[in-house]
Design a protein around this ligand. Structure first.
Ligand SMILES: [Zn+2]
Length: 257
């Protein structure tokens, strides 16, 4: 048994009535599935995603539903895992509200909701273990591009969609050149994340793309100076700045050219 504090383990075979209600609630909660997804990728670089509780072996995404509570504990053995209590949930709700109340039209919202929600997962993973897994950055870019086909088809905005694709490509190339020219400045996770970033902001226009890029780098620079990370030569995870700037600009800025 594990030596940990917390409530006693629940009986997974004969769950009590409140446990069954909680379990059903988690099954239906997108936030609970997002927490399982995030926790799976909170592993060191080069390691496979963790889909089981390392302490008791319970599958995190099994038939019993998401096996993590919103307070970040295994539902069976109560060992802590993943983001802190309600941290991921609060960030996701904030990002969703930003998109729903921002400048995006109804048919643009599915793409930008995908972009904001998966962006939060990416930012939390990068902020915690300093990596942007290619599986997540690829899904981020592909889902956003696919979602933007809805307003493109409905309002004949294929020129905007083509610009989004072009902007994503250009941003990846520029980030890749930076990563090659100054190794250590940008990681390859940042380079792949640049695709989703460029697509979402490129849909709005070149100006919003410049604004988002400027905001991301300025915020990262201010953070570095404030924390005096330069002297300590600490590597800074860039993902949270990239995602934060893109979600803000993507939700709030009107479409430009
Ligand atoms: Zn466990």
């Amino acid at each position: 048994m594990n030596n940990h504090s917390g409530p006693p383990a629940t009986d997974p075979i004969h769950p009590s009535r409140p446990d069954r209600i909680r379990q059903a609630g988690r099954w239906l909660s997108p936030l609970a599935w997002l927490r399982v997804l995030t926790a799976a990728f909170l592993v060191p670089y080069g390691t496979r995603p963790q889909w089981h509780c390392p302490a008791c072996g319970t599958p995190r995404a099994g038939r019993a539903g998401p096996a993590l509570t919103a307070t970040g504990r295994c539902t069976r053995c109560h060992v802590a895992a993943g983001p802190g209590p309600w941290a991921l949930e609060a960030l996701v709700v904030a990002a969703v509200l930003l998109v729903l109340t921002g400048a995006r039209t109804g048919l643009e919202q599915p793409a930008f909701l995908w972009f904001a929600v998966l962006g939060v997962v990416l930012a939390v993973v990068d902020g915690t273990v300093r990596r942007l897994p290619h599986a997540l950055t690829a899904a981020w870019a592909a889902g956003t591009l696919a979602g933007l086909l809805i307003p493109a088809a409905r309002f004949d905005r294929y020129d905007d969609w083509t610009r989004a694709l072009l902007a994503g490509t250009v941003t990846v190339v520029i980030f890749a050149v930076c990563a090659l020219a100054r190794p250590g400045s940008l990681g390859w996770g940042d380079v792949t994340a640049a695709a989703g970033f460029g697509i979402a902001l490129g849909w709005l226009g070149w100006l919003p793309l410049y604004a988002g890029t400027f905001l991301a780098f300025t915020a990262a620079l201010v953070y570095v100076l404030a924390r005096q990370l330069v002297r300590r030569a600490t590597h800074l995870p860039f993902g949270p700045f990239l995602v934060g700037a893109a979600v803000l600009v993507g939700a709030l800025l009107p479409a430009g050219r």
